[in-house]
Design a protein around this ligand. Structure first.
Ligand code: SAM
Ligand code: SF4
Length: 326
């Protein structure tokens, strides 16, 4: 089992498959985004090799993300490979859902267990404004297709932006009254050139819950208020689903962090909100053996930082969220 110097077991790998996307969410990337050339990204065989090494090191949970993971042509093949790795218990995906109408079934058949789908607003006009070009009806179709294919429980991710979609917090939370979904509010995180935007428009978990209580009724805590993964969970009395908050900015979760990120350009990102990284692609392409690569990974994992330093105004500058995967 891989572990860091703090004794945290690391067994959850988030793999970004591309920095490209079929949307341009206003908090995630600039409108004129420069994407990396394809040859700078992990090719299918390189991805297969690195994910196998992680599985051999005891990583049992993989999440595929991006950019938008479903824009990769080999996405079904990648899922099939990851799901068949010895010791891997769960392969899941974070997606904007646009391509799930056609992909949900083949992805489930290839071994995908669950999907988290981003939905920042139920209002079509607002959704288009936030994503700059998205058609919300495709997301609803994607959610339906994911449910039909058994990619459940469905989790919906919503990033709340002050003055933009903060009037939809309660409507989003109320979706859980009649759907068995987990609607998760993610606090805006400052990353790269989008950092000033995030700092300016952040709405904290505390404020979101206060607004829900004022506009509808208070949410009741689940799990005695303890974290479930990265989210703190709540429920409306009698609701079919749950409401989660991922409050990485206002209430970071360090002690339970068991995750590590592999970016689409083959770099290990040791903490989402810190710039410490270890390049694996260059040594791989320079001919490092599998033993050497495994050793590099083990040593990198040991150096995983305890947590971020946003409270000391240290903001990660090297990448935007779309270049890490969330
Ligand atoms: N394209 C996919 C999607 O949108 O679900 C996967 C990649 S996206 C980078 C992963 C998650 O990060 C999404 O839920 C997105 O809303 C979230 N995200 C992007 N930028 C963010 C930011 N600055 N702060 C907080 N969450 C962010
Ligand atoms: Fe694309 Fe996801 Fe970023 Fe939106 S949040 S631009 S869908 S990568």
């Amino acid at each position: 089992m891989a572990a860091d110097v703090f004794g945290r077991t690391l067994n959850y790998l988030r793999v970004s498959l591309t920095d490209r996307c079929n949307l341009r969410c206003i908090y995630c990337m600039p409108e004129q985004m420069n994407f990396k050339p394809r040859e700078a990204l992990l090719q299918t065989n390189e991805l297969f090799l690195l994910t196998r090494l992680f599985a051999e090191l005891g990583f049992s949970k993989f999440r595929l993300t991006g950019g938008e993971p479903t824009v990769r042509r080999d996405i079904v093949e990648i899922v099939r490979h990851a799901a068949q790795l010895p010791g891997v218990r769960e392969v899941s995906m974070t997606t904007n859902g646009l391509r799930l109408k056609t992909l949900a079934e083949p992805l489930a058949e290839a071994g995908l267990k669950r999907v988290n789908i981003s939905l920042d607003s139920p209002d079509p006009k607002q959704f288009r404004e936030i994503t700059r070009q998205g058609n919300i009806s495709k997301v609803w179709q994607g959610i339906e297709a994911a449910e039909r294919a058994g990619l459940t429980p469905i989790k919906l991710n919503a990033v709340i932006i002050r003055g933009c979609n903060d009037d939809m917090i309660t409507d989003l939370a109320k979706l859980t009254l009649i759907h068995p979904w987990q609607v998760r509010f993610i606090e805006l995180m400052p990353l790269g050139e989008m950092a000033p935007f995030a700092q300016h428009y952040l709405v904290s978990e505390h404020e979101m819950r206060k607004r829900i209580a004022a506009q509808y009724i208070p949410l009741e805590p689940l799990n005695d208020g303890n974290l479930d993964g990265e989210a703190r969970l709540y429920r409306f009395p009698g609701a079919l689903g749950t409401v989660g908050f991922i409050s990485s900015v206002s209430q970071p979760f360090y002690a339970s962090c068991n995750r590590i990120r592999l970016t689409a350009d083959g770099v290990l990102r040791l903490c989402l909100l810190q710039d410490q990284e270890v390049d694996l692609l260059s040594p791989l392409r320079a001919g490092a053996s599998q033993e050497e690569l495994s050793q590099m990974i083990i040593e990198a994992l040991r150096r995983k930082p305890w947590g971020h330093n946003l409270h000391h105004n240290v903001v990660p500058v090297s990448r935007m969220m779309s270049q890490i995967g969330g």
